[in-house]
Design a protein around this ligand. Structure first.
Ligand code: UDB
Ligand code: ZN
Length: 184
């Protein structure tokens, strides 16, 4: 079972490398890693288990965050009533279309690999279409907007060696780009 101690923190080079493409059929090892990543997110969203194991409630986790430089991320997004609105393993994900219009979380972003607050808006495309493979290697295209689009861009950034604060405007962290939506 993955715990916070298994999550690589900023400063470790593995977070700054572009991850390797995942080949199919998945090895048993890669299949187990994918399952463990999704289980970590589920455990982290379970109040009892999160408290017991001191887990930060996670909505996404990239393989390089657990030290494995492979292009795959787990995404588990609940709605306000804790109904799961997105549960996906994104394997070899790519953003194939993105809106000009940007969005940023009003609260800014954090990261399971960053143990400090870094204030500022993280401008991201408000609407994206991603192409990725599922666990069976089938290609899937999915169009996302708002919070789901933000989470997937955050995770795909990880797979390309980027961290959320790379995207914060250094001169003015709360700079609002033209037509940028702020998501409260
Ligand atoms: C860094 C952390 C604060 C743990 C963040 N969670 C989060 O923002 N809120 C959250 C958590 C839940 F479980 C359910 C819920 F509806 C909301 C998160 O998981 N990530 C993922 C991450 O670090 N991936 O590498 C950071 C988010 C910032 C914007 C998108 C993902
Ligand atoms: Zn992160």
């Amino acid at each position: 079972m993955l715990l916070m101690k298994d999550i690589v923190r900023e400063g470790n080079d593995v977070l700054r490398k572009v991850t390797d493409e995942v080949t199919f059929p998945l090895s048993d090892e890669t299949k187990k890693l994918a399952e463990d990543m999704m289980t970590f997110l589920k455990n982290s969203q379970n109040p009892e288990l999160a408290k017991k194991h001191q887990l930060r409630p996670g909505v996404g986790l990239a393989a390089n965050q657990v030290g494995v430089s492979k292009a795959m991320s787990a995404v588990l997004i609940p709605d306000a009533d804790d109904n799961i609105i997105m549960e996906e393993m994104l394997i070899n994900p790519k953003v194939i279309r993105q809106s000009v219009r940007k969005v940023a979380l009003g609260e800014g972003e954090g990261c399971l690999s960053v143990d400090r607050n870094v204030p500022g808006y993280v401008p991201r495309a408000n609407k994206i279409t991603i192409r990725y493979q599922n666990m069976d290697g089938e290609f899937i295209e999915k169009t996302l907007k708002g919070y789901e689009a933000i989470v997937c861009q955050h995770e795909i950034d990880h797979l390309n060696g980027h961290l959320f604060y790379d995207r914060i405007n250094q001169e003015n962290p709360f700079f609002v780009e033209t037509n940028m939506l702020i998501l409260e």
